[in-house]
Design a protein around this ligand. Structure first.
Ligand code: ADP
Ligand code: ZN
Length: 720
């Protein structure tokens, strides 16, 4: 019970994620623990919460230097005393941290593994009570893992030094062999092992036929409203080209790959974290240092090498548990790109393994059973449901064969007329009447089939062509440039003019151009306009404090604000992600933003239901008392600036107080606040001419000459 309270007051969460409670209880009880949980499962809480419940300090070893600062910032924003030591600190800064350690002021200390055997660290450990040792990314200790880090070998020594201190080791990727290795190397043979399901319920998976990748991507992004997106590409060159294409199409996008200077990579990562560049086009080098919780879309422009890789890369979407999309653009032709690299493997065993893994990926793409089922089965979770309602195969009408005689005959004829020497892209171009240079050079614009399927979209044409292959009417040659050929079966049907039925998916606009609306979509029907304003406010505060926006509040919290429209601290503190510290630090400003919108558009607050009130009536009375104080000052004929200064609040907040007061009590005398006659008349005139009280309309009409606060004030005098 005690720990559950910490969960709400410090992290603002009402409930545990699966397994968190059992893990936390075990850790707090002093047992050694190994935690296997997928990315986004909520591993950090498994040591952060025990750290608060235990008397001394928790030492966290983490290899991801880039993430330490964010983690620590997030903890501090929640009012938890935390710090880190790594190579990014100056000697002075390090000294400041060590003296905090010595004074017993720190609850959580993050440290990079290479620091563990550094001079003086052992002494430092002697000077403080350590209640818990947490090893993050524990697979790094194993040579069998995919990310072995020699520095992790120092941890054996640390273990000996801290003999008797319980350990919690955490990882998102560990095969049974790596798991054994972790237990052994960390000398924790009796550890309790927790393995959480790898099902990521909030992720929607889909595979789309790839034909004109960049414009497909552009369409997809257009439905994304500037939310964070990672686009994975096969090659470095590709990332740069696609990023440039996106920029030309008006998106804020940047490329990221290991060949860029370190400085530039860090800058791109930082701009992504700060919501300044929402779209990153990257090779798989981008990811290890990213734990942005609100990535809403992960796109693969090319085939991934393995299912493991695909699972890990898509796992970067939706760590905050909100609905997010994973889209893979697939064409069989991409297989060759991967094969090219596989063929360079000289070890026959490695070659065979890589080939098999690639085939699994192709199977995933071509299959029509639940994608989630395939992924989970791959990781040995065979009891997974075969219908998830959150993947394309489960939610989109399956390909029921439809009558497609005419279009099939056109396609088959085009393949024949062009001499069975071209791939699907060229044949479709001919059918659609393209005037591309290559078509003109080959004289294909003069063929009778040129332009005979003009009115069929490129996407649909591709679907038909795929289906003709699938049904054996067309064959595709092997080799570097596969070409289409009409099979004997195809020739027969062309001559006999028999009816042709093809299993073609109904490619409606929604399928190819936007992210799907599925079960995973947030069930909160929040106000989009307000959400955007709250996002902007969050960004502003984050910039002032020099932290990434998600450190202030996660998207889910903003969604709830824009849905429930809380009017006071009590309701506010019941929102997801609002703990005591954040209520104090940010409550006022976000409440003001909500109430401005509520007033302006006449929206109505909804009770935050199903949540246990954490802050009792004392706090609820606080808002009325804060209003009361403003009211007293207004009655004393004090100016708004003066009241703001006196109360340590912003002018905007005071303005909203007054607005509320006037709303409730028409007798309140605000005459002394009336602006000068000229400007008043000008604003009044504007309000009259837009025939309404929309601030935005007036603001625009007056060419942004007056601030929203000025307009708000004048509006108070206009109520009749
Ligand atoms: P991991 O390290 O396993 O990838 P994190 O610890 O970073 O995952 O947690 C992922 C996200 O889930 C974070 O945004 C975190 O705040 C959130 N989270 C963790 N536990 C809970 C919980 N019990 N309720 C709600 N959100 C949670
Ligand atoms: Zn499914």
């Amino acid at each position: 019970m005690f720990v559950l309270e910490l969960l709400k007051t410090h992290f603002g969460f009402d409930a545990y994620r699966p397994l968190q409670k059992d893990i936390i209880d075990t850790v707090v009880s002093g047992k050694d623990t190994l935690v296997l949980m997928p990315t986004g499962g909520g591993k950090s809480l498994c040591y952060q919460l025990p750290a608060l419940a235990l008397p001394g300090m928790t030492l966290v070893v983490s290899p991801l230097i880039a993430l330490m600062k964010d983690q620590v910032d997030a903890l501090c924003a929640n009012g938890i005393s935390a710090a880190f030591i790594n190579s990014s600190l100056t000697t002075k800064e390090q000294e400041a941290v060590t003296s905090r350690v010595r004074s017993g002021d720190l609850k959580i200390l993050y440290i990079a593994p290479e620091r563990v055997d550094s001079y003086g660290f052992s002494d430092l450990l002697d000077s403080v009570e350590i209640s818990l040792l947490a090893i993050d990314e524990a697979h790094c200790i194993s040579q069998w893992g995919h990310d072995f880090r020699p520095d992790y070998r120092n941890l054996g020594m640390l273990r000996r030094k801290l003999a008797g201190t319980p350990v919690v080791a955490l990882t998102a990727t560990a095969t049974p062999r790596v798991r054994q290795d972790i237990l052994q190397q960390l000398m924790m043979p009796k550890a309790e092992v927790f393995i959480s399901s790898f099902n990521r319920e909030n992720l929607h998976y889909s595979v789309r036929p790839k034909f004109n990748a960049v414009s497909q991507l552009v369409e997809l992004l257009e439905s994304q409203k500037g939310e964070s997106t990672i686009v994975y590409c096969f090659s470095r060159k590709n990332t740069e080209e696609i990023a440039q294409a996106l920029v030309r199409a008006g998106f804020k996008a940047a490329a990221y790959h290991a060949g860029l200077p370190k400085q530039q990579r860090m800058q791109v990562q930082d701009q992504f974290a700060r919501d300044e560049i929402p779209v990153i086009v990257a090779t798989i080098a981008f990811g290890m240092g990213i734990d942005k919780p609100d990535v809403r879309l992960v796109v693969h422009m090319d085939l991934p090498k393995t299912i493991e890789g695909y699972y890990q890369e898509t796992g970067r979407a939706g760590r905050d548990g909100l609905p997010s999309e994973c889209v893979l653009f697939y064409t069989y032709a991409d297989k060759r790109k991967q094969e090219f690299f596989i063929n360079q493997l000289s070890d026959p065993q490695e070659h065979a393994l890589a080939t098999r893994k690639l085939e699994d990926v192709i199977m995933y793409c071509q299959s029509d059973v639940c994608r989630r089922f395939i992924l989970l089965a791959y990781f040995g979770e065979l009891d997974a449901d075969t219908s998830c309602e959150a993947c394309d195969n489960c939610t989109e009408p399956s390909a029921v064969p439809i009558e497609a005689t005419e279009i099939s005959q056109k396609i088959l004829s085009a393949v024949l007329r062009t001499g069975e020497r071209f791939g699907a892209a060229h044949v479709c171009d001919v059918l659609r009447g393209s005037k591309k240079k290559r078509i003109l050079e080959l004289g294909h614009d003069g063929l009778s089939v040129h332009g005979i399927a003009k009115n069929v979209s490129a996407g649909l044409l591709r679907e038909y062509t795929q289906a003709l292959k699938k049904c054996g009417y067309l064959n595709q040659s092997e080799g570097e440039y596969p070409v289409l050929e009409v099979s004997p079966k195809g020739r027969l049907v062309l001559m006999s003019k028999e009816e042709i039925l093809l299993p073609v998916r109904q490619v409606e606009k929604s399928r190819s151009s936007s992210v799907s609306k599925s079960k995973t979509k947030s069930n909160l029907d929040y106000d989009q306009v307000l959400f955007e304003k709250l996002r902007a406010l969050r960004k502003e505060i984050a910039d002032q404090q020099n932290v990434p926006p998600f450190v202030i509040f996660g998207d889910k919290t903003l969604h709830e604000m824009a849905y429930y429209l809380p009017s006071g601290p009590e309701a506010f503190s019941n929102l997801f992600g609002v703990g005591r510290k954040k209520l104090e630090a940010f409550g006022e400003e976000f409440l003001a933003c909500v109430s401005a919108e509520v007033l302006e558009r006449g929206l109505e607050e909804k009770p935050v239901t199903g949540k246990v009130p954490q802050h009792q009536s004392g706090e609820a009375g606080k808002l009325s008392s804060t209003l009361e104080q403003t009211k007293v000052h207004v009655s004393e004929k004090m100016s708004i600036d003066k009241i703001a200064e006196l109360r340590g609040l912003s002018v905007g907040t005071i303005m909203q107080h007054i607005e509320k007061l006037v709303h409730e009590d028409e007798a309140l005398d605000i005459e002394h606040l009336r602006p000068g006659k000229d400007s008043f008349d000008e604003m009044e005139e504007a309000f009259r001419s837009v025939k309404g009280s929309s601030l935005t309309a007036v603001f625009r009409r007056l060419g942004e000459k007056y601030s929203y606060d000025d307009l708000r004030l004048v509006r108070m005098f206009l109520v009749d």
